[in-house]
Design a protein around this ligand. Structure first.
Ligand code: NAD
Length: 492
C-alpha cells in the first residue's frame, strides 16, 4: 500500500480529521493506495492557502512571461514523468496503459500552449467618446479557482483547467475524483518541483459530497471548473448560483455516430468501434448511439458486431489488451442495469449483454462489449448515458431523419458523421446540435480546439484560445486629463 498526502500551501498533509480511504485497482480488485479523506476544514485550509498565494508578490507580481516560463517547466516535468504518471492512472482507473500513456504524454502540450498565451492576454485602449478622458481595460485573474475532475482521464481533465487558469494568474484547488486521486497528488509534487510558489496549486482529496461540496460552496472561491456527471454538475451549478461564482461544466453525453450509405465503410466500422469500446466506453464523448442508413443497416451492423466480438478483454497493462475492466463497482452495476433495461424495453441484443469472465490474473469488473439493435430513440438505452461498452443501433432513412434522431436528445456533446459527400458534411456540421462534430473521424481532442457541450452536456468550453478568457475578468479604468472636473450633477 502506498500512502499519499494532500498538498496545501506547499505542505504535504493528512486530512485534519486524520481519515483516509482506499484506492482500488480495478483490474486486480485490490486496494493499492491510502488517500486522505478531506472534509470542510481541509477545503477551508486549501482555499485559504490559494487566497494567500494569489496575493503574494511571488505569484501576483511576477510578469506574465515569467508565469509562462513556470508553466513550461511544469510541462517538461510532466513529460519526463509520463510513464510513472500513466502507471499510476492505470492502477487507479484500469484504462489501457497505451491510452493513458499517450494521454499523459499529450498533457504537457496544454501547459506549453497556455504558457505561450500568458503574456498575450491584453486589455485594450478604448477610443472613448469623452473629451480629455483616457479609458483602458485590464484583464485580471479571477482569484481562487476550484478544479473538480472525473475518474476517466484524471490528468488530462485537470490540464484542461489548470493550464489556462494558471497562465491567467489564478490560483487553484484541484480535487480529483475519489476513485483516481493519486495522479493529481503526484502532479502537485511536479508543480512544486517546477517552482510554482506554495499555495498556487493545492491538491486535496476526498468525496464529492464532503470536500467537493465544501469547495464549491466556499465564499472565497471565484470559479469552479467541473468535469463529471450531469447530477454532479447540477449540484455544482446550484452552489455556484447561490455564491454568484463563475462556472464551467463538462458533463455527459449520448453522442450519435451517424453512418451514411456512401461512407467508406471500413473506416466507419473502426470509428464506431473506437467511439464505443475505447476506454471500455467510459468516455464522455462515447458514440453510444449508432445511427445507420437503412440501406446498409444489416450488412454494416454485421461488420460492427464481428469487430466488437474480436476485441480482446484483459489486463490493461498488456499491450495487446483492447478492453479493460470497468473502473468502479457503481459504474459496473449501472452498466448491467442499463443492459437489463434495454432488454426489457425490447431492444434486440446482438452481442454480449452479460458480465465478462475475469481474464487470467484479474479479479476486477468486466462487461462484454454489448450491442443492441432495433433500438428506438425513445428507449432509455438511447436517451440516458450508460458510460460503458454498450452500443444502441438505430436505423434511419435519409439525412433529414438522421438529423432529427441525432438532435432528439437532452444531451449535445459530440457527433460523428461518416459520408463522402462534402455538401452533406457541411449541412450536417450546421444541423447537429452538439458542441463538437467529427467527420470521417471520431474522438479527437486538442489543446487548440474548443471542447464542450450544449444542452445538458454542459456550459462553456475548455481548450483553445477562448478558454483562457474564462479565467480573467475585465476591469475598465478611467483617467481624466482635464484641468477641471465638470458639473458634478450631470453624468459624465
Ligand atoms: P461525478 O459527477 O460522480 O464526479 C465527478 C467529480 O465531481 C468527482 O471529483 C466528484 O468527487 C465530484 N463531485 C460529485 N458531486 C459533487 C458535488 N456535489 N460537489 C462537488 N463535487 C462533486 O462523475 P464521475 O462518475 O466521476 O464521472 C463520469 C461522468 O463524467 C460521466 O457523466 C461523463 O460523461 C462525465 N465526463 C465528462 C467529460 C467532459 O469533458 N464533458 C469528460 C469526462 C467525463
Amino acid at each position: 500500500m502506498q500512502d499519499y498526502k494532500m498538498l496545501i500551501g506547499g505542505d504535504w498533509v493528512s486530512a485534519v480529521a486524520g481519515e483516509t480511504f482506499e484506492s482500488i485497482n480495478p483490474y486486480t480488485g485490490a486496494a493499492w493506495a491510502r488517500i486522505p479523506r478531506g472534509r470542510r476544514e481541509d477545503a477551508d485550509k486549501a482555499v485559504r492557502a490559494a487566497l494567500v498565494a494569489g496575493a503574494d508578490p511571488a505569484w501576483a507580481k511576477i510578469t506574465a512571461t515569467a508565469r509562462g516560463h513556470l508553466l513550461r517547466r511544469f510541462g517538461d516535468l510532466i513529460a519526463q514523468n509520463a510513464e510513472r504518471l500513466a502507471d499510476t492512472e492505470v492502477r487507479d482507473n484500469g484504462k489501457l496503459r497505451s491510452e493513458m500513456l499517450s494521454q499523459v504524454k499529450y498533457v504537457p502540450q496544454w501547459f506549453y500552449y497556455y504558457a505561450g498565451l500568458a503574456d498575450k492576454l491584453q486589455g485594450a485602449v478604448i477610443p472613448i467618446d469623452k473629451p480629455n478622458t483616457f479609458n483602458f481595460t485590464r484583464l485580471e485573474p479571477l482569484g481562487v479557482c476550484v478544479a473538480i475532475t472525473a475518474w476517466n482521464s484524471p490528468l488530462l481533465l485537470a490540464a484542461y483547467k489548470l493550464a489556462p487558469g494558471l497562465a491567467a494568474g489564478n490560483t487553484f484547488v484541484l480535487k480529483p475524483s475519489e476513485f483516481t486521486s493519486a495522479s493529481a497528488l503526484e502532479l502537485g509534487a511536479l508543480a512544486e518541483e517546477a517552482g510554482l510558489p506554495p499555495g498556487v496549486l493545492n491538491v486535496v482529496t476526498g468525496f464529492g459530497a464532503e470536500i467537493g461540496e465544501a469547495l464549491v460552496t466556499h465564499p472565497d472561491v471565484a470559479k469552479i471548473a467541473f468535469t463529471g456527471s450531469e447530477a454532479g454538475g447540477q449540484r455544482v451549478y446550484e452552489a455556484a448560483a447561490r455564491g454568484l461564482k463563475r462556472v464551467t461544466l463538462e458533463l455527459g453525453g449520448k453522442s450519435p455516430n451517424i453512418v451514411f450509405a456512401d461512407a467508406k465503410l471500413d473506416n466507419a466500422v473502426k470509428g464506431v468501434i473506437g467511439g464505443i469500446l475505447s476506454a471500455t466506453g467510459q468516455t464522455c464523448v462515447a458514440g453510444s448511439r449508432l445511427l445507420v442508413q437503412r440501406s446498409i443497416h444489416d450488412a454494416f451492423l454485421e461488420r460492427v458486431v464481428a469487430f466488437a466480438r474480436s476485441a480482446r478483454i484483459g489486463d490493461p497493462m498488456e499491450r495487446t489488451t483492447q478492453i479493460g475492466p470497468v473502473t468502479t463497482k457503481p459504474q459496473y452495476e449501472k452498466i448491467l442495469h442499463y443492459i437489463d433495461v434495454a432488454k426489457q424495453e425490447g431492444a434486440r441484443c446482438v452481442l454480449g449483454g452479460e458480465p465478462a469472465p475475469h481474464p487470467a490474473g484479474g479479479s476486477g469488473l468486466f462487461v462484454q462489449p454489448t450491442i443492441f439493435a432495433d433500438v428506438r430513440n425513445t428507449m432509455r438505452i438511447a436517451r440516458e448515458e450508460v458510460f460503458g461498452p454498450v452500443l444502441a443501433v438505430i436505423p434511419f432513412e435519409d439525412e433529414a431523419e438522421a438529423v432529427a434522431i441525432a438532435n432528439d436528445s437532452s444531451y449535445g456533446l459530440a457527433a460523428g458523421v461518416w459520408t463522402q459527400d462534402t455538401s452533406r458534411v457541411l449541412r450536417m456540421a450546421e444541423a447537429l446540435k452538439t458542441g463538437m462534430v467529427w467527420v470521417n473521424m471520431y474522438r479527437a481532442v486538442s489543446y487548440m480546439s474548443p471542447f464542450g457541450g450544449v444542452k445538458r452536456s454542459g456550459l462553456g468550453h475548455e481548450n483553445g484560445m477562448e478558454a483562457i478568457k474564462d479565467y480573467v475578468q475585465t476591469k475598465s479604468v478611467w483617467i481624466s486629463t482635464a484641468e477641471e472636473t465638470p458639473d458634478p450633477f450631470v453624468l459624465g
